[in-house]
Design a protein. Structure first.
Length: 272
């Protein structure tokens, strides 16, 4: 299937979201399921937002080569290039499995924590990919089309009774993915089926933004060394001009060089 970058961009501007129907092929889905299997059935969410009947696997980008590949998918990066400044970062990477009996999540945006007045351009962009087919019964993502353009007052005025007429269920086959501006109102739906609904999400933010996940601490440097240069930059091993992200006045990639010793440690040895 040909990827029409302009058409997807237009949908993102108009509706706040777009769907890549063929985001993951059958082989990629099989690899994702194998990669997730060792991490499942270990714990559930700690609050209603995470979901008491929902399981999340955080720092997904570091849990297998297949997750590295989907994180730097060329189609997604091409879309991000249209909405975020050069040097954008990976902000969050996680699998989300909604089990039977889970209730609908609260309607929310993915970049509201940046506390910037609306309406505004997105400070981040999100992708949610269906590992299992998304249906209205198993907790598919639900969006409010056009809500990425709402003012703060419109968001604050939203009432639960308004939701049935506004929410659109994102019914998608396994392998499809929705990409949306993080200012779009959405939620994970209730799982009224008898089977779990597996998905994964990657979120990307402006280079000046603080990321949701601290990948410097979450991804061991020995693993980062094996990743592609593009993925290393997405994890923050780069400089946003003129000097944001430096490590003691050096480029952060220097920390991945063999034998690197932090200048602070060198100075402490000399001092002692």
């Amino acid at each position: 299937m040909i990827f029409d970058l302009d058409a997807h961009t237009e949908a993102l501007h108009r509706d706040g979201y777009t769907v890549i129907e063929d985001f993951c092929d059958a082989d990629t889905l099989a690899s994702i399921r194998r990669g997730l299997a060792p991490h499942m059935e270990q714990h559930r969410g700690r609050n209603d937002f995470e979901g008491f009947a929902t399981e999340r696997v955080y720092t997904l980008v570091a849990r297998g080569k297949v997750f590295e590949r989907v994180t730097e998918d060329a189609r997604v990066l091409a879309l991000l290039d249209r909405f975020l400044q050069p040097g954008y970062l990976l902000s969050a990477s996680q699998a989300i499995c909604i089990y039977p009996g889970e209730t609908a999540q609260a309607v929310h945006t993915d970049d509201g924590f940046y506390r910037l007045k609306r309406p505004r351009p997105p400070a981040s962009m999100s992708l949610i990919a269906a590992v299992d087919a998304f249906t209205t019964e198993n907790g598919c993502t639900e969006v409010i089309p056009g809500s990425h353009l709402w003012r703060d007052e419109e968001v604050a005025a939203l009432k639960p009774s308004d939701l049935p007429g506004l929410l659109k269920p994102m019914v998608m086959p396994a392998g499809a993915a929705i990409v949306f501006q993080a200012t779009l109102l959405h939620r994970g739906g209730a799982n009224r089926s008898k089977a779990p609904r597996q998905a994964f999400t990657n979120q990307y933010c402006e280079p000046w933004g603080r990321t949701q996940e601290n990948f410097f601490l979450g991804v061991p440097q020995e693993l980062v060394k094996t990743m592609s240069p593009r993925l290393q930059r997405l994890l923050g091993y780069d400089i946003w001009p003129p000097f944001m992200g430096h490590v003691t006045a050096s480029h952060p990639l220097k920390t991945l060089e063999d034998g690197y010793v932090a200048p602070v440690l060198v100075d402490r040895v000399v001092e002692s």
